[in-house]
Design a protein around this ligand. Structure first.
Ligand code: GLC
Ligand code: GLC
Length: 650
């Protein structure tokens, strides 16, 4: 692509812009468009350059970007400018996130207001409100089957309610994360309905076929996401008389990004929510954006081009808005969602750290850190200007997506080890107190995943039932340890609602005909506010967990070395129960912090000589920033309590 070509096209486009748009003060828009246009043009050309109407589509794309810039509220435009100046703002250790369902947490968007104090009490300043858009009444995959991308479901409130809430969040310095489900729509979405009525234009928004010829070719290499409840990747639609690609549930139709109209619609929707105050947009299921016969239809190169293009377009109109990639894929693939072949993040600035999450669960089950250390070693350093969303639990299942080679190198057989983990967390393994539920069991491949609330997986349910004080203590320690791990690793800790008060599994989903087949509902309860109130009663489970997490977040914010600047060094020591890493910064107080975690249920000892390079053993004593205690290191060893952790200031 010659730059001249893109320049002359840009000229054409600007001349052709709607005069209503042109009379606005577009200075910043023009500057950003000029800066990004070459990239936008070449990406768009790589994806759609072979089309007759390529130039027309380019015109449409820029018109959408301009239209959304014009409707961008002044306040948000100012925020864009401030963030451009301080472009690493989101790498700060001061951020702490919380994911919730609006209805289960606060009844409605209006109800959210009175719960903000609770979140701030915990130390939260970033809130992911799970999908709130209009969807079918019965099965809608927890809101991930969207019927109208611009309408808020009545049961949560109205667009005005959201605007009011986002203004309130801004005034409290809290960030708002909203979902855009980019990969698919509900089968009741207007586009899908028109497609079903035989409208060709809208059939081309999806992957539809008159017979099994092409679906069968696809199926040869496509894995199944929900093998037990939604086997296969295509669904026959009687009305349309065609097969339609449905990778997730049969009522979720995959959008066809080979069609530029789909891309342009989606960028319009992303910018719409950015303009309604979303600081961060969670792009759902991004690994699936491009389908190709003969491939697994995940992590395709074109999926990355689409995300880069989305980012470039968003940077022109709403540059202060960040993207989260929800790509729960292999470690080497996840990292690419920050941007392939780049130095700075150029796709999504934030990605779910599914690798770390699953490795932490491995360490809890095995009480050893062999795979944790190994798995992290094979995770490449991420790009600059990119950060992780570190989480212990979320609304989805836990997938055991480790690399087989890492499992082997840790001394386990991959298949047997995964089997062990599923058995462990579903309580089938002897001695396990976990009460999780299997998810996505695939008899063809033997794969399975795990559902369950953090507390139940950590054994709290069993311990309470047995009224076993020591087991209760063990599970509380596990819950706290895991939160300390996501708060210190580097990245934004994302706490799942209910986990900070030890919420157990909720089995009521089994009585709901729309939910019983999907065990992820076991960990999507209504928050019990009476239980939450016990956080203020000293000695209760709720109090012990809540105050610990509160402290973890408060202390984290005071430690500049915990900002995420790829400033971490992991140490493998001879004690297989310990996980040890150094966080550092060149500036100021607490500039080097050594994190040591013990995943065993007995005390463990660290031979400090093994940490020669951090010179720790030269100190006679060292301060733990979390507890504020001073620890003696006189004898060259340090004792780490059962399921305990230290944040040592060096
Ligand atoms: C994402 C969501 C998950 C949903 C899927 C399909 O992975 O997190 O809950 O089932 O997308 O939309
Ligand atoms: C798979 C998908 C992920 C989805 C999840 C739902 O892990 O990769 O996108 O959220 O399944 O269970």
């Amino acid at each position: 692509m010659y730059e001249q070509v893109s320049h002359s096209l840009l000229n054409d486009i600007l001349i052709g812009l709607d005069p209503k748009v042109g009379c606005e003060d577009l200075k910043h828009f023009y500057i950003r468009l000029g800066a990004n246009f070459y990239a936008i043009h070449s990406l768009f050309h790589q994806l759609y350059g072979d089309r007759q109407d390529f130039r027309l589509q380019m015109h449409k794309l820029v018109a959408v970007m301009a239209k959304q810039y014009v409707s961008r509220p002044q306040e948000l435009r100012h925020r864009d400018l401030a963030r451009e100046k301080d472009h690493n703002w989101f790498l700060s250790q001061k951020l702490a996130g919380y994911a919730l369902y609006c209805q289960e947490f606060a009844q409605s968007l209006k109800g959210m207001h009175e719960k903000l104090d609770y979140l701030q009490e915990l130390g939260i300043n970033l809130i992911h409100i799970m999908p709130i858009l209009d969807g079918p009444k019965g099965r809608n995959d927890g809101g991930y089957a969207v019927r109208d991308f611009r309408k808020i479901d009545e049961k949560y409130g109205t667009l005005e309610d959201l605007d009011t809430l986002s203004a309130e969040l801004r005034s409290r310095d809290m960030l708002l994360v909203l979902d855009v489900v980019v990969n698919h729509t509900s089968d009741e979405h207007e586009w899908a309905l028109k497609a079903q009525q035989g409208n060709k234009k809208y059939q081309e928004y999806y992957y539809t076929y008159p017979d099994r010829k092409i679906p069968d070719l696809f199926e040869q290499t496509m894995p199944e996401v929900f093998p037990d409840t939604a086997p296969g990747n295509f669904t026959w639609n009687e009305k349309m008389g065609r097969w339609v690609m449905t990778v997730f549930n049969n009522f979720q139709w995959d959008l066809n990004y080979r069609n530029p109209s789909v891309f342009i619609e989606m960028i319009d929707i992303i910018l719409f929510w950015a303009n309604h105050g979303a600081d961060v947009i969670r792009l759902d299921a991004v690994a699936f954006l491009w389908k190709k016969i003969g491939s697994p239809c995940q992590n395709e190169r074109e999926a990355h081009l689409i995300l880069q293009l989305m980012k470039d377009c968003c940077q022109v109109t709403a540059p202060g808005t960040l993207f989260i990639a929800e790509a729960i894929v292999a470690p080497l693939e996840i990292i690419k969602y920050f941007g392939e072949d780049a130095v700075n993040a150029k796709e999504c600035e934030i990605a779910y750290n599914a690798t770390y999450m699953a490795l932490l669960w491995d360490a809890v089950a095995t009480k050893k850190t062999l795979l944790l250390n190994r798995g992290l070693r094979s995770l490449p350093t991420k790009l600059d200007g990119a950060t992780w969303l570190n989480y212990v639990r979320c609304h989805d299942d836990i997938g055991l997506g480790f690399d087989d080679n890492d499992i082997r190198a840790s001394g386990y057989d991959p298949q047997a080890h995964r089997r062990f983990l599923v058995d462990y967390y579903t309580g089938a393994y002897q001695g396990s107190t976990a009460t999780g539920v299997a998810f996505g069991v695939n008899p063809k491949t033997g794969d399975a995943r795990i559902s369950g609330s953090l507390a139940s997986l950590a054994g709290l349910e069993t311990a309470l039932l047995r009224n076993d004080a020591q087991a209760i203590d063990t599970s509380i320690r596990t819950i706290i340890l895991l939160h300390s791990m996501i708060a210190s690793f580097g990245g934004i800790p994302l706490i799942y609602y209910g986990d900070s008060i030890g919420t157990l599994n909720d089995n009521t989903y089994l009585d709901d005909e729309n939910k019983h087949h999907d065990s992820r509902w076991v960990h999507r309860p209504s928050l019990d506010w009476n239980k939450a109130a016990r956080r203020h009663e000293p000695g209760t489970v709720e109090n012990r967990i809540f105050t610990a997490i509160q402290r973890i977040l408060a202390v984290r914010k005071q430690i500049p070395a915990f900002a995420d600047l790829n400033n971490r060094e992991i140490f493998e020591t001879s004690n297989p129960h310990l996980f040890t890493f150094l966080r550092f910064t060149s500036q100021g107080m607490h500039s080097r912090v050594l994190v040591i975690a013990n995943f065993d249920a007995s005390p463990q000892y660290m031979n400090l000589r093994e940490l020669d390079s951090v010179n720790l053993f030269r100190h006679v004593e060292v301060k733990d920033l979390y507890s504020g205690e001073t620890l003696s290191t006189k004898h060259g060893t340090l004792e780490i309590p059962p399921l305990g952790f230290y944040w040592l200031q060096l």
